[in-house]
Design a protein around this ligand. Structure first.
Ligand code: ATP
Length: 308
């Protein structure tokens, strides 16, 4: 996805997304249960949560595809239930499962979708940007799963949306395609596009998101920068090393001091290196699993207990 995308100015105004007290139930099932969410203009927010947490339901309400049972929702200053065509043209959507696009080629489809938007992207440039130039004349139904997903992304951004919804966009991508896609999202960020992303890939959230929002049982249980969600950067470190054929560990608030002491002790014994030395802090995945585990089990576990 090496192409360069055409720059777009960021519109000033209210938050891109403002949600308070959102409720949606299916029969007895409270799929969304008092969810609050704000996404500022130009922000990339990743919504994380286990299967069935209510992410897709929430996103579909924001996109105007599903009616809510309660709460306040504003998307680009408009209630999605009253969103008209002009509002819709300001929004880009990449759904989890895309519709059947029939026998049209990649170029035909991108050109067709572009015609719906007053200020669309250059069709060939966009196809290059999503890495499909070699497949430009291929029928959509003959694309591989990952190539098809790239086409979905192209169709979602062809209208230069101010706000882009990406629902598990890289499912089925090979590692190279995923990295290419991340570069593409970063170029959209540089243009000022606001992005709401749902993903099950913690690495993806960490790489792309300014903020992650963790949802379980239809409500937000934690949010913050991916680098310090749950206070993980200020969390106690675990220093690990090998000594006398045994793996040793020490939990500490002062890993530098522990490492210096170890280095001095090993140096005194004639060893320049501390064997197997590692300094570990909880990863985003550790914190995330703790958060959703804490919600799903007894509720007594706290983030302070996260350990590698
Ligand atoms: P995933 O990560 O698996 O995509 P999700 O967080 O997006 O999950 P939702 O698809 O929003 O979760 O579903 C939330 C809950 O609502 C689930 O228990 C699901 O079974 C239920 N649900 C979703 N859509 C419907 C529907 N149309 N009818 C009945 N129940 C539904």
């Amino acid at each position: 996805m090496a192409g360069t995308l055409v720059a777009m100015s960021t519109a000033a105004g209210p938050p891109a997304i403002a949600v308070t007290g959102l409720h949606k139930h299916y029969g007895d099932k409270h799929a969304v249960d008092g969810l609050d969410l704000q996404v500022d203009r130009g922000e990339i927010v990743a919504v994380l949560g286990p299967n069935g947490a209510g992410k897709t339901t929430t996103v579909e309400i924001l996109e105007g595809y599903r009616h809510r049972d309660g709460g306040q929702v504003q998307v680009l200053g408009v209630d999605p239930q009253a969103g008209d065509r002009a509002w819709r043209s300001r929004i880009g959507i990449v759904l989890q499962s895309s519709e059947d696009l029939g026998s049209a080629t990649v170029t035909e489809l991108v050109r067709h979708f572009a015609a719906y938007y007053p200020h669309h992207r250059d069709v060939e440039g966009l196809i290059a940007a999503v890495g499909l130039s070699e497949k430009a004349r291929t029928r959509a139904r003959h694309l591989s799963g990952g190539q098809r997903r790239r086409l979905d992304v192209a169709l979602g951004i062809v209208g230069k949306p101010e706000l882009l919804f990406l629902d598990e966009p890289t499912t089925g991508f090979d590692p190279q395609a995923r990295h290419d896609f991340w570069d593409l999202v970063e170029s959209l960020r540089d243009e000022g596009t606001t992005i709401l992303l749902t993903t099950h890939y913690l690495e993806e959230a960490e790489r792309l998101a300014d903020r992650v929002v963790v949802v379980t049982d239809g409500t937000v249980v934690a949010q913050g920068s991916p680098h310090d969600l749950g206070g993980r950067t200020s969390h106690r470190a675990l220093v690990r090393w090998n000594e006398d054929d045994v793996v040793r560990e020490r939990a500490t608030d002062s890993p530098t001091r522990v490492v210096a002491e170890l280095a001095a002790r090993f140096a005194a014994a004639g060893q320049d290196e501390v064997p197997g030395l590692q300094v570990l802090r909880p990863s985003l995945e550790d914190v995330y699993l703790q958060l959703i585990g804490a919600e799903q089990t007894t509720g007594t576990t706290t983030i302070e207990e996260v350990r590698r």
